[in-house]
Design a protein around this ligand. Structure first.
Ligand code: C2E
Ligand code: CA
Length: 471
């Protein structure tokens, strides 16, 4: 009897333990698949659901649609009204979604203010109707705040399987493109994309993956080209130029920079190059004291957070600010010139130097010179290249130099390829120059090796023999 009692007691405890474990597993499952704030599915669960949906749709030939959106100016709501208000908005959006969709639809919060809805068995047109209704419902919410009533809107993308993609990755890429389009059209709307836009997005994504892979596999290489002082016959600085090893080809920046810029994807590269350049400079003793000219594209320069962080980045890499010159190119037009000029002014007060690159190549050169308080103007190489035999080019170069000089800005002649051009640059009293005549771009880690100095010096010193050609 005692033994039976004991066994029954044990089995009771055992069952209790099993229940506790099951309960714990349920909680774990819920935690790993739910967003704690809104109780909607989280990103992980969403990925699972979309993959299951793709499999099902593939087997049964049934299309489905997906809505993805983020809230317009959500950062502003958090900043101005505080995080509790931001959280309330997110919870209310979740509530609107729950009320607005059918029981079979799957709703998820996939980022801070990003949501997605999977609509099984739903064609694009039907998906668009639901998306429009959800956008209206979100815009219809009103929140009372101490600063008055607050409304939110959403920019929504509507995509459909298999028309917009056959994998969760391709569907989310086209979804993002649709969101961007909705924002560009004025926000507070739901839009889809056509096949040309899908093709474009896939190509851009391919570029992104290519760049990320090249960075991860350490195939993005930093080269440097000397900028020389032709009056003092010495090297003055180096411009950092990027190369990417692609199979057995070493691609120069011309092969990938304009494309990355056109698609607004240059920032990752710029950030990587700047950080690497500073890291090299700190680690390679011979680079101490060497000014590095770094190219930043318009998109990067327009990222205020990135630019404002420059002094801290230089400090963390122990780089004196006066040893970094940011080159502003004109390939892509800069917006908000007066705001940017304020930022440049602040950074210059911290000691960072600025140069206008390819000066004369675009329509905005003189506008930039008017707005931006820069230290250097780099005269577009295609003018400099021919000054020895083209009078017009010579006049243009002379004119740019005079204007810059009058404004107290130093000029650098780009693309000096031969002795005649070098002589003319000197004759025009342009102090700084760069080009194949002095040295081609060389791996950054080789800069400072005596062989590198020797090659440059021999060209400069062949005529005077008075300086050691060092920085
Ligand atoms: P850039 O700033 O005008 O740089 C000079 C370009 O001319 C370089 O091409 C360089 O290799 C080439 N070059 C130098 N000396 C001579 C010469 O004497 N004659 C001729 N014909 N060419 C010469 P690269 O490296 O292909 O760079 C192309 C452009 O890509 C650069 O033009 C620069 O604006 C941009 N770039 C390079 N690296 C980066 C980067 O990391 N980020 C960004 N945003 N842009 C970059
Ligand atoms: Ca440049």
């Amino acid at each position: 009897m005692g033994l039976v009692c004991e066994i029954s007691g044990l089995s009771h405890s055992f069952n209790h333990l099993l229940e506790a474990i099951e309960d714990y597993n349920r909680q774990l499952e819920e935690l790993s698949s739910n967003d704690p704030l809104t109780r909607l599915n989280n990103r992980w669960k969403f990925e699972q659901s979309i993959n299951a949906q793709i499999q099902f749709a593939g087997r049964h030939g049934a299309p489905f649609s997906m809505l993805v959106f983020d809230l317009d100016h959500f950062g502003y709501i958090n900043d101005v009204h505080g995080h509790p208000m931001g959280d309330l908005v997110l919870k209310e959006v979740a509530h609107v979604l729950r009320n607005g969709v059918r029981s079979q639809d799957i709703i998820a919060r996939i980022g801070e203010d990003e949501f997605a809805v999977i609509l099984p068995d739903t064609a694009l047109q039907e998906g668009q109707v639901m998306a429009d209704a959800l956008c209206r419902a979100i815009a219809g919410m009103e929140f009372q705040t101490t600063k008055g009533p607050l409304r939110v809107t959403a920019s929504m993308g509507v995509v459909s399987y298999p028309m917009h993609g056959r994998t969760s990755e391709s569907l989310s890429i086209t979804g993002d493109v649709a969101i961007t389009k909705a924002k560009a059209l004025g926000r507070n709307r739901a839009v889809t994309v056509d096949s040309a836009e899908v093709k474009d997005a896939t190509r851009i994504h391919g570029r992104d993956v290519w760049l990320r892979k090249a960075i991860a596999e350490e195939r993005v290489l930093l080269y440097a080209q000397p900028i020389v002082n032709v009056r003092a016959n010495r090297m003055f600085a180096c411009e950092v130029l990027t190369r990417i090893q692609d199979g057995d080809r070493l691609l120069s920046a011309d092969h990938f920079v304009p494309d990355l810029e056109r698609h607004g994807r240059i920032e990752d590269l710029d950030r990587f190059v700047l950080e690497q350049a500073l890291d090299h400079k700190r680690r390679i003793a011979s680079l101490a004291g060497v000014k590095l000219f770094i190219n930043l594209s318009a998109v990067t320069i327009e990222n205020h957070e990135f630019m404002e962080n420059l002094p801290a980045l230089l400090r963390s890499q122990q780089t004196p600010p006066g040893e970094v010159v940011i080159e502003i190119t004109e390939r892509e037009a800069l917006r908000q010139l007066s705001k940017l000029s304020g930022l440049i002014r602040e950074l210059r007060e911290e000691g960072i130097l600025f140069a206008l690159d390819d000066f004369g190549s675009g329509f905005n050169s003189f506008l930039y010179l008017k707005y931006f308080p820069v230290d250097f103007v780099k005269i577009e190489g295609s003018f400099v290249q021919h000054i020895a035999h083209n009078r017009r080019d010579r006049l243009i170069v002379e004119h740019i130099h005079q204007v810059a000089q009058a404004l107290g800005v130093k000029t650098i002649a780009e693309r000096v390829e031969d002795e005649n051009t070098h002589d003319l640059v000197r004759a025009l009293s342009i102090e700084l120059a760069q080009g194949y005549y002095y040295e081609a771009p060389t791996p950054l880690q080789d800069v400072g090796h005596s062989a590198f100095f020797d090659t440059v010096s021999s060209r400069l010193l062949g005529r005077t023999g008075t300086d050691n050609g060092r920085f």
